[in-house]
Design a protein around this ligand. Structure first.
Ligand code: FMN
Length: 220
């Protein structure tokens, strides 16, 4: 796959086939992402690739915590107030997903079911959790974003889909406990990965993108 085509055709997928990902492909993807740029080449990423029984175990833990309405306690809290323009995009995104999934906005039960799909990793056979040391600062979080995108694009080049999910970092203590990760490592995000299910209604949803004219200023 040509690089520009890969960047422009990547999307988040929210339903996957159960087909496992061959381990050598997962290794290849991690190797590609290892080439990401990072602040003074510190390479802060610590990666847990979770498949098989461990995936089932972790999915159940996160699902049950969410189902029980346990208050999330993420290592990286969400912003409280968004600039109005961004908040509008987030609302439109939510509405678009509900519509594609056939969820009525005022149907709490259906909304909860859709939310809970996050913790089934949307059916993906693989979930990847990214950690970084708690001593690190904001540049390292930036590095993690670059790493994530490269991981996702490398996966895309193998016909794999993915969905980065902040929701998977809602209960970091439970994830650390399940995976045997030290308390000094902060959980940034989880990424569901697998072969996309093109038949699933939710996968007909496409997020709307702002055209460059809205965010680029040109100087000469
Ligand atoms: C930091 C971050 C957190 C995200 N969290 C979630 C999530 O918890 N659940 C989910 O379904 N999608 C999540 N997404 C996917 C976004 O909704 C998606 O990237 C956005 O709508 C743009 O769509 P696209 O990826 O298809 O271009 C997240 C993406 C990012 C980058």
């Amino acid at each position: 796959m040509e690089l520009l085509e890969g960047i422009e055709t990547r999307q988040s997928w929210r339903a996957f086939k159960a087909t496992p990902i061959p381990k050598d492909i997962l290794r290849r993807i991690c190797r590609a992402a290892a080439n990401s740029p990072s602040y003074t080449n510190t390479q802060p990423w610590e990666v847990a690739v979770v498949t098989g029984k461990k995936r089932t175990e972790l999915s159940k833990i996160l699902y049950d915590l969410t189902d029980a309405n346990t208050p999330p306690n993420p290592d990286f809290p969400r912003a409280r107030d968004w600039p109005p323009e961004l908040e509008k995009r987030a609302r439109e995104h939510g509405a678009g997903r509900f519509q594609a999934a056939g969820v009525a906005r005022d149907n709490e039960q259906q909304r909860k079911e859709l939310q809970l799909r996050n913790f089934e990793f949307y059916g993906a056979p693989c979930a990847i959790f990214l950690f970084l040391d708690k001593a690190l600062g904001q540049w390292s979080i930036y590095d993690m974003g670059l790493f994530t995108q490269n991981l996702i694009l490398a996966a895309h080049s193998f016909g794999l889909g993915s969905c980065p999910q902040a929701g998977l970092a809602n209960y970091p203590d439970a994830v650390r406990r399940c995976l045997g990760i030290a308390a000094s490592k902060r959980l940034l995000i989880g990424i569901s990965m697998g072969y996309p299910d093109p038949e699933a209604a939710i996968n007909t949803y496409r997020s709307q993108k702002v055209a460059p004219d809205a965010f680029v200023r040109w100087y000469s």
